[in-house]
Write a protein that binds this ligand. Sequence first.
Ligand code: F3S
Length: 423
Amino acid sequence: MVNRMEKTALIDELLQGQRGTGVQYAMEILLKMGELYGVRRFLPVQRAHIDAAAYTTIWDAGREFIEFLVDNNARVAVPTTINPISRDRCNWRAHGISEAFALKSERLETAYLRLGVIPTWTCAPYQCMNVPAFGEVVSWSESNAVNFVNSVLGARAERLPDLLDVCCAVTGLVPEYGLYLQENRAGDILFDLENFPEDSFQDSVMFALLGYLVGEIAINRVPVIRGLPGKANRDQLKALSAAAASGGATALFHIIGVTPEAHTLEEAFQGRTEYPRIILHPDDLLRMQRRLNTAEQKQVDMVLLGCPHLSFTELQMVAETLGRQHVHENTQLWLQTSHTIYEMARIAGIIDILEQAGALVIRDSCLMEMEYSDRWRGKHFVTDSGKVAQYAPAINGARITMASLPDCIRAAVAGRLPEGGTT
Ligand code: F3S
């Protein structure tokens, strides 16, 4: 297979070690993976995003790999942002993280800094500074971020496996496979939304429920959604991206009239006329919500917002919804964001409002990337995130209630679910 792969002068240069043993090693790994994927060539990229930043994701073995690369002169070849780490660098003690664990995380962070990454430590780099253009080929990982840049921005990305994303960042090359190929970006399955009132998609939780359901049915096919009432903003599409990548393995979706490769049904399916069609009604989303809601108790231990990381606008909305209310003494309100957004919100006075209300604003990290402990086992989390609903029970042993932002805040203030249930 490898002899059919196009090898450029650049690849030969990297394989000969002219840019150091670390990059040579990374290129050799990429070639092996390229053979497995059956790729014909590699594509140059001008930007990258790395997923494997959390110590709880790659542990010591992964850290040794990054250290091996940097000790052998590898550096990222293109501007490269990076996912959340396993601690808030400024406030990790407040989150119950042990000294020993923080040191392990710090060593991994240091390795990445030596590699030359831009220390965004966020899973929503498209909210900070890494915003690919339409049609741009990028080296990308982190399931929500891949789905977002493919679907919402129209960039070309694939879900690169952890550490392979690092190899791509240091070589500046990606194997051309999957969604890098135009023909694989066509829709495979149509979801028609019927009987949804015009105002039914106001809150991100509805986008999360829709995304989760569509992802679960589509699995790794490209879903096309038709009939979304009203408009969708980027925060809502972020919620859909994360949930679809969690409920299934969606890395690209189209919404007719909303996303950039789907002005028409014909464009979304690239002219194909035969595909399965699923009709979704409001009751289907309600059933999805009931299935994800695993909590039986009314008392709320944690309200968790910011998976993926909250934008400035979302932090602003939380502060406005909280107003002068205070978080209940038996409940925690965690708000996860990047330190870039945090700093802007701090300058705008939003962080003060949130902290005075008793919220904990977490930078650089998120609960699910932090040190595992039994602290949250069996506890009741209220969230608007489909990704939390999928992973928190598995990772933290939590019970879940999915709720809209206003209901999340009501639950945080009352310490209980609102009477009459959540929306
Ligand atoms: Fe981001 Fe952590 Fe959720 S990395 S997408 S906040 S699990």
